[in-house]
Design a protein around this ligand. Structure first.
Ligand code: COA
Length: 259
């Protein structure tokens, strides 16, 4: 039981919802702590292969870090605050399992940063994205200055971060911040259908693909290609690789075991 999250399991899919709708699912220290706890558990849970992350209610995925604690921040506390959130978001990014952000409303500041740490983002038509920190006299501290340019390019990221402008779901789609936009009442259906599609793939292949992309983006092309070759080699050490090839040749659907 969590104070600030709702966690449900549907077969091999876990659905994690941030549950502070009266505060637009703002991320206070309890939410960050519980996200760390839940995602650490899901990382090691062999029964769960895909995660959907969303917000309770129809208004917000998360309106960002909880501003009520900001007046007390001093430089040392603020650095710890940033490092803690960054650690939890990096856990989500490198979970070894796909995490689908189903963005059901505001994803501002830390909410946008959390969505960006997820593997794939889909949004409802009413979703809104932005990094409004400059309006509070601060800069993003949960990865926004790093993940936003990696996702949408330096120019667009700087424009969004420096203006603090909020963009709608269509604009987020047009700059590549989200992969798909659907009506709000179809969002979870779409997220489940994507999760179910991912469940038909080899889980180790998904894990290694995520690792190849995440690590590869941080190094030179030459090094990234080497990482890819190494992980490609590793993927061929699995039973799933044999099954995938055999199933294709036998014209049937593969039955991946995650081994
Ligand atoms: N931290 C703490 N509380 C927040 C919050 C945040 N990031 N975002 C919203 N809330 C709270 C509001 O204070 C309000 O609480 P109250 O009812 O006790 O007064 C409640 O959530 C509802 O928000 P409200 O502002 O009344 O809703 P709105 O529809 O008028 O506006 C937003 C929605 C998202 C535009 C507005 O809430 C907002 O600008 N939030 C802050 C976004 C932000 O700067 N995030 C980055 C933080 S670094």
């Amino acid at each position: 039981m969590y104070e600030t999250l709702v966690v449900e399991k549907e077969g091999k899919i876990a659905i994690v919802k941030i549950n502070r709708p009266d505060k637009l699912n703002a991320l206070n220290s309890k939410v960050i702590e519980e996200l760390e706890l839940v995602f650490s558990g899901l990382k090691n849970d062999p029964e769960v292969l895909v995660i959907i992350l969303t917000g309770v209610g129809e208004k917000a995925f998360s309106a960002g870090a909880d501003i009520s604690g900001f007046p007390e921040l001093d430089p040392i506390k603020a650095k710890e605050f940033a490092l803690k959130g960054q650690r939890v978001f990096s856990l989500v990014e490198n979970l070894g399992k796909p995490v689908i952000a189903a963005v059901n409303g505001y994803a501002l500041g830390g909410g946008c940063e959390l969505a960006m740490a997820c593997t794939i983002r889909i949004a409802s038509e009413n979703a809104k994205f932005g990094q409004p920190e400059v309006n509070l006299g601060i800069i993003p501290g949960y990865g926004g200055t790093q993940r936003l340019p990696r996702l949408v390019g330096k120019g667009r990221a700087l424009e969004l971060i420096l203006t603090g402008r909020t963009i709608d779901a269509q604009e987020a789609y047009s700059i590549g911040l989200v992969s798909k936009v659907v009506p709000l009442d179809k969002l979870m259906e779409e997220a489940r259908s994507l999760a179910n599609l991912l469940l038909t793939k080899g889980p180790i292949a998904l894990k290694l693909a995520i690792e190849a992309v995440n690590r590869g983006l941080e190094v030179s092309l030459e090094e990234g290609l080497r990482i890819e070759a190494d992980l490609f080699g590793l993927s061929c050490a699995t039973e799933d690789q044999k099954e995938g090839a055999r199933a294709f040749l036998e014209k049937r659907k593969p039955e991946f075991k995650g081994r």
